[in-house]
Design a protein around this ligand. Structure first.
Ligand code: NDP
Length: 245
């Protein structure tokens, strides 16, 4: 009943650490041909070497998702190398937490650029290919923070609400053979929280990260959506630690 993951061409942004890295490793281990994008290309190359040593197929490609032409080039690299793109995973993200009164406007801009515009550039690069092929699968990483907003995280939550809004419109607009999945994780072990500098929010994140689950758990959710038969569209998966409120 389940369709094969083997041979699918999968592009993953933010694949140099955390959830994106875990997704790339798991899908490659299942026989997908994976193109890993992020800015830290040295880390991507190490992961690709390890995937290849384990018998998988992968390609590293430097990308800053805030640059439209670089996201286009990432998808073009996948098509050049492997002939098509079956799954586009917009996973790259940034989280800088502080109350609005802290007026961290540069952080707001960076989150909007990576978390919203980066996802849109991914749609822009992949959708024409999906339409030309007559099939494709868009996977956007939102968050539990895309379902409820909380103090100190208004802009981050706003970007993750936006990801869900964009994904739902995509789902309604595209034809029957193009799938759309939102992955909404709760607290997950990764580098994400290490970029928070506001003392009050660091304390809050420390508490949350104490119960965080491994990125592998989210990768399993992605695998579930990818391996469903073509007629089955898994629209959203929320996965969070037991005990996260
Ligand atoms: P990490 O910080 O470990 O990974 C973030 C990834 O995004 C890195 O690979 C980073 O690579 C990449 N990235 C950041 N900015 C850019 C950019 N401008 N261009 C390209 N790549 C970029 O965190 P996670 O793995 O946790 O985050 C992955 C996704 O999961 C994010 O969208 C995040 O919001 C979401 N999420 C995470 C949760 C958690 O608790 N960890 C909970 C809910 C959602 P590089 O720096 O090399 O470019």
């Amino acid at each position: 009943w389940e369709s094969k993951v083997e041979g699918k061409v999968v592009v993953v942004t933010g694949a140099s650490s955390g959830i994106g890295e875990a997704v790339a490793r798991l899908l490659a281990a299942q026989g997908a041909r994976v193109v890993l994008g992020a800015r830290r290309v040295d880390r991507l190359e190490t992961i690709v070497r390890e995937i290849a040593a384990a018998g998988g197929q992968a390609l590293a490609h430097a990308v800053d998702v805030t640059k439209r032409e670089e996201v286009q080039a990432l998808v073009a690299a996948a098509v050049d190398q492997f002939g098509r793109i079956d799954v586009m995973i917009n996973n790259a993200g940034a989280m800088f937490l502080s109350p609005l009164a802290a007026d961290a406007v540069d952080d707001w801009d960076r989150m909007i650029d990576v978390n919203i515009k980066g996802v849109l550039y991914g749609v822009s690069a992949a959708l024409p290919r999906f339409l030309a092929q007559g099939s494709g699968h868009l996977i956007n990483v939102s968050s539990v923070a895309g379902h409820a907003s909380f103090a100190g995280a208004g802009v981050y939550c706003g970007t993750k609400f936006a990801v869900r809004a964009i994904s739902e419109a995509f789902r309604q607009e595209v034809g029957p053979n193009i799938r759309s999945t939102i992955i909404s994780p709760g607290a997950v072990q990764s580098e994400l929280a290490s970029h928070v500098t506001d003392p009050g929010m660091i304390a809050m994140m420390d508490q949350l990260m104490a119960i965080a689950i491994p990125a592998e758990a989210v990768a399993q959710a992605v695998l579930y959506a990818v391996r469903q038969p073509a007629a089955v569209d898994v629209n959203e998966i929320l996965v969070r630690p037991t005990g996260q409120t």
